[in-house]
Design a protein around this ligand. Sequence first.
Ligand SMILES: Nc1nc2c(c(=O)[nH]1)N[C@H]1C(S)=C(S)[C@@H](COP(=O)(O)OP(=O)(O)OC[C@H]3O[C@@H](n4cnc5c(=O)[nH]c(N)nc54)[C@H](O)[C@@H]3O)O[C@H]1N2
Ligand SMILES: Nc1nc2c(c(=O)[nH]1)N[C@H]1C(S)=C(S)[C@@H](COP(=O)(O)OP(=O)(O)OC[C@H]3O[C@@H](n4cnc5c(=O)[nH]c(N)nc54)[C@H](O)[C@@H]3O)O[C@H]1N2
Ligand code: SF4
Ligand SMILES: [Mo]
Length: 785
Amino acid sequence: MVGTDRINDIWGARTPFAAGEVWPQRQDEHLIDGIGHDDVEKWVRGACLLCSNGCGVEVAVAGGRMVGIRGRAEDRVNHGRLGPKGLYGWQGEQHDRLTAPLIRRDGELVETDWETAMSAIVDRSRTLLETKGPLSHGFYTSGQLMIEEYYTLAVIGKAGIGTPHMDGNTRLCTATASAAFQESFGSDGQPGSYTDIDLCDTIFLFGHNVAETQTVLWSRMLDRLDGPNPPRLVCVDPRRTKVAERATVHLPIRNGTNLALMNALVHEIIAAGAVDRTYVDAHTIGFDELEKMTKDATAEWAAEICGVAASDIKKAAEIFATSERVVSTCSMGFYQSHQATAASCQVNNMHLLRGMVGRPGAGILQMNGQPSAENNREAGCGAALPGFRNWSNPAHVDELATLWNVDPLVIPHWKPPTDAMTLFRYAEEGSIGFLWIAGTNPAVSMPDLARIRATLAGDQCFVVVSDGYLTETAALADVVLPTALWAEKTGSYTNVDRTVHLQEKAVDPPGQARSDLDIWIDYARRLDLHDKDGHPLPAWNTPEAAFAGWQECSAGRLCDYTGLSYGQLHEVGGIQWPVTAQAPDGTERLYGDGRFATHADFCETYGHDLTTGTPVTRTQYLADHPDGRAVLKTAPYQEAFETPDDEYPLRLTTGRTVYHFHTRTKTKRAAPLQEAAPSMWVEVSQVDAAARGIHEGDIVRVTSRRGSIEAPARVSHVRDGVVFAPWHYGGDALTAANELTLTAWDPVSKQPEFKVAAIRLQKVRDGDGPAPAPLLTASAPVEEV
Ligand SMILES: Nc1nc2c(c(=O)[nH]1)N[C@H]1C(S)=C(S)[C@@H](COP(=O)(O)OP(=O)(O)OC[C@H]3O[C@@H](n4cnc5c(=O)[nH]c(N)nc54)[C@H](O)[C@@H]3O)O[C@H]1N2
Ligand SMILES: Nc1nc2c(c(=O)[nH]1)N[C@H]1C(S)=C(S)[C@@H](COP(=O)(O)OP(=O)(O)OC[C@H]3O[C@@H](n4cnc5c(=O)[nH]c(N)nc54)[C@H](O)[C@@H]3O)O[C@H]1N2
Ligand code: SF4
Ligand SMILES: [Mo]
């Protein structure tokens, strides 16, 4: 093995640096056993596809196979570094792949050819369109495809078929990031940049275990923390993560109480007189309302609800109030909760109150999780229109109708676009009779799995699954299509801080597998989708032509790609949008001039009431005159839908471990990663374990109102009263955390509440050794094992 060990040395060697210096390069590399540098025939450029950090890479190819990987030293995102998944995860693509289409015959999935599979899909599709119309069709996609693919499906679904029932698993992931941007700034679009980490004096991490979920970004933070004049660090997480261990203040709040904390932090900042009045007056609306809504939200009040010391809340507020350059991130601990949008807007508000948006070192990073969640949102492949356009603004719909040369009435805008949770409800009751799932595994990743399995397996809905593997979801489908993955095709990905990368095709896909782009173009041609003049829709057949189509669609919008080219992406690596004739090398930050995307004719939404989700009308919106000013808004704190009671006395939360990606389709097939975290466990505090006679490694049962799971217990540093379950472990054994989670969502972003449910915990039997949980992460045991 040539290279680096990222299993035992997760973040690698420190390269400390001071504020304002350039983050030093460190090139990480891994070649498989038996392969040396001289054996590599070519290095192909691209970006890692195993989280939203989007690290620039080069893939080593020999004999038509991938044989290794290295970080791209000059890339702005990672300066050469790679984490565990980046270094080893691709190996999982070389095992157990689907190589031919499958079709269900007499209850069994059997191999078939493309002609049979596509004919079955198109026959069903055409019959339903003729008898029931476009509302019979649903598309549920991903945060892991390429923008060329998303935009192609957006055109098929929105200009060709005309269904509002399209969403991505981005609904489970970053819908709240998008919603919070829209509510505060008028449009989706990340204001900040990773270089803000290099310049900041303070970092706030809200429900974000960056040490395990964006390991390379954490390396950047660690290098600041270990350098001269390190930033102060505040961490809000019910577990003692590696982030918490480095924090100046760690607020281990009860899960499901984020908004109480946020309202108190804003209260304390206002009370301290730390508001930048000049900025607020010139660039925001809604201050008086915000002040009123947070008037009673004292640190003492929140301390009761959140279960942390009032003095710590005050300390955190004081740190924010006395810093000049804060970087804040929000992630799933905030997004997968009942008042997700309101809590995340409060983070935007804290920055607005202190005039810390779009300034070097002062940046908001509402995180993305998946590598191309951003692209799904931009391309309008989910519950949105392409280019951050406003579905309730007829002028925006007309723009698209002109671009696509279709009747505006075809483009679904007579109702809000359908979110994933509602889409599955329609599939459950059969009004959606044709559901195409691509690049996601809902039979493990959605809440309340018993219900999802029944929906997918039932006869009321014809289910097509496109995936590289026979996943838990594919096993329930009517037709399964084998797809190319990642470096087996060419296309672009955009990461958290708007950095676009081009992944260039390095190897052929296995067997008969085809790219999602080719599959969808084939489907569109077979359905004979066309524009008003009879020209085929979409108009392209190749990734580069799809990219050109997308560029045209993005023109003049915030996510303007018009100045980019494949050639430039190949040469430079990551480039941040907008890229235009005026900004040919990209744009580091948005909103530096204090002008936001809230003009009524430009904005993506007129906003919502954050408590109920009720839309604000255009008339109301105009009356408030945001007109380029940001909107300060929040909601009063409410308890989560499910809170502990006598029967279910503990709080469940769920999340990730560093070694696995999601439902593990790739990482369980990559030996170093799988060996590092081979099977399910649950994390319990010392106090809760002792009360139930549970010791490290004992087998426990966790039961909620939806179901139960059994797994070994790790006695860890999770807060008392909270049980943490990783949700990576699907399969037959009913160990998936989502057996327990509930069907409930934030009213604005519609993001499901994976981070709050009530459960009961019982010991089942003694264990025979420590739990199979990692030792070097937030899952570390309290006592040595
Ligand atoms: N190793 C690894 N990395 C990944 C992924 C992966 O599967 N594995 N997935 C990628 C994707 S798609 C995503 S979305 C990101 C997710 O990245 P993160 O958001 O960092 O991941 P999670 O582990 O889901 O949740 C983060 C933290 O939220 C805390 N938390 C739980 N409940 C609450 C709460 O009520 N309030 C607060 N404040 N915190 C709470 C948890 O203890 C956890 O440490 O990671 C990306 N990176
Ligand atoms: N309890 C709980 N549940 C959660 C979460 C949580 O924190 N707690 N987090 C949620 C979040 S943030 C997310 S992002 C979701 C993720 O949930 P999923 O999207 O279901 O997770 P993955 O395992 O990444 O599934 C992606 C699938 O796409 C396939 N795939 C990869 N690349 C391609 C491609 O190019 N084309 C095609 N057609 N297929 C491809 C992979 O093989 C895999 O089967 O889970 C959510 N579920
Ligand atoms: S931080 Fe994310 S993008 Fe970078 S190597 Fe790790 S998994 Fe890949
Ligand atoms: Mo995600």
